[in-house]
Ligand binder design. Structure first.
Ligand code: NAD
Length: 329
């Protein structure tokens, strides 16, 4: 068994790889795990240090848009788990072309190579942001795609390309759409690690608009567990939402982070709202729960406390990344 993990040096991909190589997924117990990653500003070989000595892990540095390289990496692969993407909404507002190239063309390049190589399963990791914004209730997988940012539009486009390879060519593709992830090794441009590291250093934290945008928080370990359930048992051509079940306004989240770092409200710096800032995301996880037995397992309070502690204990990991974290850096 050979698994190709794209973006395996990023936040979520590296968690999946550490778990897979560490033996957390029984169906991958003996699998060779091949990571394909371009090592953009968001990719970091150090994220794989805990499993770097494993003889089941192989690292290929390269671009998912490079068809020849992708074809070579795909040889003998049974399962593709595709995480690689440009992933930060604010960067997509500052400039969208890398998002279209990597997220759309890169995904199509992988799908074509997987089809040519006869891959048995292709899991395309997407996002709940493809659905747009919802004031009440939760999206089922059948909801129309109404993305609002260049990032989410590029992810929606890649979802549709993935769907087309299943419908047209019969490539066994599943798409997962998850809510906001949190946990260790998340690049310090996203809200939880940005706020946490700023607060640890006694710096202010930039809170967008009125702070009332609502996000559903999903621990990265629950997300990767859900992805593996889909890899093992998801039906080809189907989409599966993966959620965490903890909805918070950004202001509520901020209060929890202030409390966890012993800081007070004076550290909040209100800033002008993000353009087209989606108000609320909420996925309905009935399908993956009933079909595949998924349920989030990490209680949010515990997961957040552990995450804050990880950033407190791992300054050596995040401090060198702060220079890269500036937009365009
Ligand atoms: P990340 O930005 O931390 O990591 C992305 C990884 O992809 C990096 O290692 C980077 O080097 C690599 N990469 C980027 N462009 C590449 C290319 N052209 N070729 C090869 N590798 C390339 O992202 P993440 O937060 O780990 O997200 C992983 C996936 O999950 C993405 O597809 C993202 O859209 C999706 N997602 C993330 C979240 C979240 O909360 N972080 C939520 C929903 C969906």
């Amino acid at each position: 068994m050979r698994v190709l993990v794209t973006g395996g040096a990023g936040f979520i991909g590296s968690h999946y790889v550490r778990q897979a190589v560490g033996g957390a997924y029984p169906t991958l117990a003996d699998a060779e795990v091949v990571v394909l990653d371009k090592l953009t500003y968001a990719g970091n070989r150090a994220n794989l240090d805990p499993v770097a000595d494993s003889d089941r892990l192989r690292f290929v540095e390269g671009d998912i848009c490079d068809a020849a390289l992708v074809r070579a990496a795909m040889a003998g692969v049974d399962l593709v788990v595709h995480f690689a993407a440009e992933s930060h909404v604010d960067r997509s507002i500052a400039g969208a072309s890398d998002f279209v190239v990597t997220n759309v063309l890169g995904t199509q390049t992988l799908l074509q190579a997987a089809l040519d190589a006869g891959v048995a399963k292709f899991v395309h990791v997407s996002t709940d942001e493809v659905y747009g914004s919802i004031d009440e209730g939760s999206w089922p997988e059948t909801h129309p795609l109404e993305p609002n940012s260049p990032y989410s539009a590029s992810k929606a486009s890649s979802d549709l390309i993935a769907r087309s390879y299943e419908r047209t060519h019969g490539l066994p593709v599943c798409v997962t759409r998850c809510s906001n992830n949190y946990g260790p090794y998340q690049f310090p441009e996203k809200v939880i690690p940005l706020f946490t590291t700023n607060l640890i250093d006694g710096k202010k934290i930039p809170l967008y608009g009125d702070g009332l945008n609502v996000r559903d928080w999903l621990h990265v370990d629950d997300h990767c567990h859900g992805i593996q359930l889909v890899a093992d048992g998801g039906r080809a051509g189907e989409v599966y939402n993966i959620g965490g079940g903890t909805e918070l306004t950004n202001r509520e989240l901020t209060t929890l982070l202030l409390r966890a770092t012993d800081r007070d409200e004076s550290f909040i710096q209100p800033v002008v709202d993000r353009l087209a800032h989606d108000r609320r995301y909420s996925v309905d996880i009935t399908k993956i729960s009933t079909e595949l037995g998924y349920a989030p397992r990490v209680p949010f309070q515990q997961g957040l406390a552990d995450t804050v502690k990880w950033y407190v204990d791992n300054r050596a990991w995040w401090e060198p990344l702060m220079r890269r974290a500036a937009i365009g850096g």
